[in-house]
Design a binder for this molecule. Structure first.
Ligand code: WTA
Length: 682
């Protein structure tokens, strides 16, 4: 066994976390008006499937009501509400208009330069109908894949919903990914259409997207094997946003404003079976190849809507909700598009970065739109803490009544700052644990019910069953650290990995093939890849990934993927990548690289910068290592496995400092010292 199966956080920091004893009970006023009532846990526990069936009937509009709640006979592929039919887009749009809420604002959109657009539910519905007609005219229909590579503009949500309306499957690719990454995702999903923009605003400038699509589709001549032009893509639909010059491929490229602008406003949504695929979203795993996580319709939308309403205490008539996630991530799918729109929420959508054109931009938007529910990542909170509380204190944040976090554990210090400075000392914070694979929130406090503990994600939501298990699958007693596992199927669970069901079974369901004793559904239990521990109250503390997946600013990155990008550079002989803890970003990518001998001398000085840029170009800027150490050798066990834990120690060691131009001898001395001290790992 490798050292990578040990939870990443070290035991002293866990001990100090568990001694975090500040509690924040709900205020009676909040509890009196809260959506979730305390009895909800018992109701769900008494009849878990009945609970989900009732939530689904109550929150969604079904064309054909379902009779069957869960079919687990094909485990580990679940079928939820399988004999029912619905249209996801109709649930997010038309039915709100039909209910008389067409004038309610769906999206208050703010561009980075300060331009704005307001879309009511009626207007958003019309835009989606037109887009659906335009897509259908391009031959997109049920089951076809559409790649979406857009900035945070309303068309991103419109494009996703237009796919959903047609029963087509969208694959949103984060706009920060490189041409190579985009191409790999287009090919894996065999996308027929790509929807992009001429550019988007970021940090005061227009960043290009269309040239990236062009080179992705053309293929890479310098690749080990020239892959040639993308074969499946028939058209590229281009939204005009950046107003920058773009190259044009006649016959293939079309302007969105022409194709969608000229389309009919009439479109009848077809009813699809509940298990109709809704989207694929690629996420990093432990190998170099990203996994296309597959989600379907009825179960996904049920849990997205339920969690959005209950975890954030959404009162759709009065709240203004804002989730800062990009639509390129699962949080943007479930808590910008599907959850909020299914619930008829009014939300803010912002195109740019938090500090442009001034460091108080987010707080200015909260003040401007009267945001009452705010959901962001701990990384962002920590960087605001660093910048100082004077910045948010310059704005009126009194509209805030619920705060949320997602993506990584939040340290108690950041929790308290968020609570006091952004939440006015009163707003409850929901620390939500979930994954691309789970589709929706799984663990979180419920505001108005839960006695909050800074740093803990606390409890499985009603209807969710989980356990902390030992390596051998034994359930652990309270207080012990182990592996987080989900022990019963849940509605928004992934249904597979696109094109690779073996990998699906292997990655998530082979660790605990027999499940846990007392499971109602039976069959295997889901292995989340996270370490966790319960405290004496049964509250859950997340301890980070136990596999070779890193979490940088709440974004998942694979060590193997970055290592393979590094060794693809002609100068690199060998590379090892670890996630080292970082004050702001949670973890940071640190690479140890051995250069090929003929490059060693001439490149030693420039290599770190060059290789950082190379990774950025191969995968995307988010994957760029913080540090690249050029070393003469890598510490390995006798069987040849890289000792990552040791490299992590080196990467986190104070004596290393943060310079990237360290002489390799220094690094090697430290590694050698540590190797002497480390027990033989083999
Ligand atoms: C981590 C993001 C601690 C975890 C929704 C998980 C968290 C991975 C939390 C999924 C949290 C997410 N506390 N850790 N509240 N939320 N994580 O797929 O390691 O981008 O496995 O989904 O983020 O990342 P993903």
């Amino acid at each position: 066994m490798t050292d990578s199966t040990t939870p990443a956080a070290d035991s002293t920091s866990i001990e100090s976390l568990l001694h975090e004893n500040r509690h924040f009970p709900p205020s009676p006023e909040f509890a009196a008006n809260a959506i979730a009532k305390p009895g909800i846990y018992d109701t769900a526990a008494a009849d878990r499937l009945g609970f989900w069936a009732n939530r689904s009937r109550e929150l969604l509009t079904w064309r054909t009501p379902f009779a069957e709640t869960l079919d687990w006979s094909g485990a580990p592929v679940a079928r939820w509400f399988a004999d029912g039919t619905l249209n996801v887009a109709e649930n997010c749009l038309d039915r709100h208009v039909a209910a008389g809420n067409g004038d309610r604002v769906a999206i208050h959109w703010e561009g980075e330069p300060g331009d704005t657009r307001t879309l009511s539910y009626a207007e958003l519905t019309t835009e989606v109908k037109k887009a659906a007609n335009a897509l259908a005219a391009l031959g997109v229909g049920k089951g076809d894949r559409v790649a979406i590579y857009l900035p945070m503009i309303p068309e991103a949500a419109i494009a996703m919903l237009a796919c959903a309306r047609l029963g087509a499957i969208h694959s949103v690719v984060f706009g920060g990914f490189s041409a190579e990454s985009l191409r790999a995702r287009i090919d894996d999903a065999q996308a027929k259409l790509v929807i992009t923009a001429d550019g988007g605003w970021r940090k005061g400038k227009v960043f290009p997207l269309k040239p990236t699509v062009d080179s992705a589709l053309a293929g890479f001549e310098n690749a080990a094997e020239y892959d040639g032009p993308a074969e499946t893509v028939e058209h590229v639909l281009v939204v005009q946003r950046g107003e920058n010059e773009v190259a044009w491929h006649e016959g293939r490229d079309l302007w969105w404003h022409e194709a969608v602008g000229g389309a009919s406003e009439e479109h009848e949504p077809e009813a699809f079976e509940a298990e109709t695929p809704l989207f694929i979203l690629y996420t990093s795993g432990t190998t170099g190849k990203p996994k296309g996580i597959l989600h379907t319709s009825g179960g996904y939308l049920t849990q997205a809507a339920f969690t959005h309403r209950n975890v954030f205490d959404l009162h759709p008539e009065t709240d203004v909700y804002w989730c800062t996630a990009d639509i390129g991530w699962i949080t943007g799918h479930s808590y910008v598009v599907y959850g909020p729109l299914a619930n008829g929420a009014t939300q803010v959508m912002y195109e740019g970065t938090p500090d442009t054109p001034h460091p108080g931009r987010w707080w200015e938007l909260i003040q401007k739109y009267g945001v009452s529910i705010f959901y962001t990542a701990p990384t962002a909170i920590r960087s605001f803490m660093k910048a100082g509380r004077e910045i948010p204190q310059g704005f009126d944040l009194s509209s805030i009544r619920v705060l949320g976090t997602v993506g990584e554990p939040i340290n108690p210090e950041a929790w308290i700052w968020y609570h006091d400075v952004i939440g006015g000392g009163t707003a409850p914070i929901v620390d939500t644990w979930w994954q691309t694979e789970t589709g929706a929130i799984m663990v979180s406090p419920l505001p108005g019910i839960t006695d909050l503990k800074p740093g803990s994600a606390q409890k499985a939501l009603p209807g969710i069953s989980l356990a902390v298990l030992a390596e051998d699958g034994e359930p652990l007693a309270r207080g012990a650290g182990g592996l987080l596992s989900i022990t019963e199927p849940w509605p928004s669970m992934l249904r597979g990995i696109w094109g690779d069901m073996d990998r699906y079974v292997e990655t998530y369901w082979s660790k605990f093939p027999n499940g846990v004793p007392g499971s109602q559904a039976g069959g295997p239990a889901y292995f989340a890849g996270d370490g966790a521990r319960t405290d004496e109250d049964g509250d859950l503390w997340l301890l980070g990934r136990v596999d070779d997946v890193m979490n940088v600013s709440g974004h998942r990155l694979s060590t193997a993927e970055i290592e393979s990008a590094l060794v693809a550079h002609p100068s690199v002989a060998e590379a090892a990548v670890v996630g080292a803890s970082d004050e702001t970003t949670g973890q940071a990518v640190v690479a140890f690289v051995i250069l090929k001998s003929r490059f060693a001398d001439e490149m030693a000085v420039d290599a770190p910068d060059l290789l950082r840029a190379h990774v950025g170009q191969q995968i995307g800027a988010i994957a760029r290592p913080r540090d690249v150490f050029i070393v003469a050798e890598l510490p390995k066990t006798r069987s040849g496995k890289i000792m990552r834990r040791l490299l992590r120690d080196v990467a986190e060691g104070r004596d290393i400092g943060d310079t990237t131009t360290l002489a390799d001898t220094t690094v090697m001395d430290i590694i050698a010292d540590k190797m002497k001290a480390a027990p033989a790992e083999d």
